[in-house]
Design a binder for this molecule. Structure first.
Ligand code: G3H
Ligand code: ZN
Length: 284
């Protein structure tokens, strides 16, 4: 069933696990992630970056694909369609109007007062329509589609408190050392800050840059209030590895399904592994 992230994240925080946000790029990605969640009886969040939505033909195409797959595939676990790193109030509104059940407004690059003003506007529009909202404070490093950051800036606890109190968001992504794309060396996450922020704001926290974080750190993050973990690059790597192998080894292949289907299977396997690691199996 298509739902917002609000209830799934409250439950996850209360019960000590995290729901995975897995980013989609096309039909096969969406099929793989929904199948994995259904098999694991896990709630799931389909992350859609603005770049991915453009690639798929627009927000309406995305919701049409997701809705049909849920219906035809008898997907009964809770599913949220979530705009990842929404860049403006207008983009968030357009996604909501197209049927997204959740949005992230990422005004983290703006000064906090501006971030709060923009986020409030999104919350007002979203909550009136039963849609959940995620906001970000600080800077996640690395690059994902249109979202590029030079350095990593840790979230300031007072800014986290202010944005929560003054906007009514449903969850917060405080940047605490995570990076989009592969990590260079071990990630250095601010666990003490994470714990303090969660205690102060009493909301589920979101961890961006889930690819390449060791299991032990994932468990530490969940124990400190992280209830949503975003994974994108890891599925891209899994798909492309399999597709590349097939294309390299068999030069006679011309039917794209010969590498798309095994690639899709690789994503499904990766997502099942993440769901188990995050502890959300059998929580649907
Ligand atoms: O917003 C999406 C995520 O933060 C994905 O990060 O590509 O490093 O897994 P990742
Ligand atoms: Zn992110």
């Amino acid at each position: 069933a298509l739902v917002s992230m609000k209830e799934m994240l409250i439950k996850a925080l209360a019960e000590g696990y995290a729901v995975g946000q897995f980013n989609i790029n096309n039909l096969e990605w969406t099929q793989a992630i929904l199948a994995a969640a259904q098999e694991e009886k896990s709630p799931v969040i389909l992350g859609v970056s603005e770049g991915a939505a453009r690639y798929m033909g627009g927000f309406k195409v995305v919701t049409a694909i997701v809705k049909s797959l849920i219906e035809e595939g008898n997907i009964t676990v809770p599913v949220a369609i979530h705009l990842d790193h929404g860049s403006s109030v207008d983009k968030c509104k357009a996604a909501i109007d197209a049927g997204f059940t959740s949005v992230m407004i990422d005004a983290s690059h703006d000064p906090i007062e501006e971030n709060i003003r923009i986020t409030s506007e999104v919350v007002e529009y979203a909550h009136a329509r039963g849609v959940s909202v995620e906001a970000e404070v600080g800077t996640v490093g690395g690059q994902e589609d249109d979202v590029v950051a030079e350095g990593v800036i840790y979230a300031d606890i007072n800014e986290c408190k202010a944005i929560v109190e003054r906007t009514g968001i449903d969850c917060l992504a405080p940047a605490l050392g995570s990076v989009h794309g592969p990590y260079k060396g071990e990630p250095k996450l601010g666990f003490a800050e994470m714990e303090e922020i969660c205690k102060t704001i009493s909301l589920p926290l979101v961890l961006h840059g889930g690819t390449g974080i060791p299991t032990e750190h994932i468990q530490k993050a969940i124990a400190r209030g992280t209830a949503k973990i975003n994974v994108n690059t890891e599925n891209q790597i899994a798909f492309t590895k399999v597709a590349r192998e097939i294309l390299t080894n068999d030069h006679d292949v011309y039917d794209p399904r010969k590498f798309l289907a095994p690639g899709r299977e690789a994503i499904k396997t990766t997502v099942i592994g993440k769901i188990r690691e995050f502890g959300s199996s059998n929580k649907a």
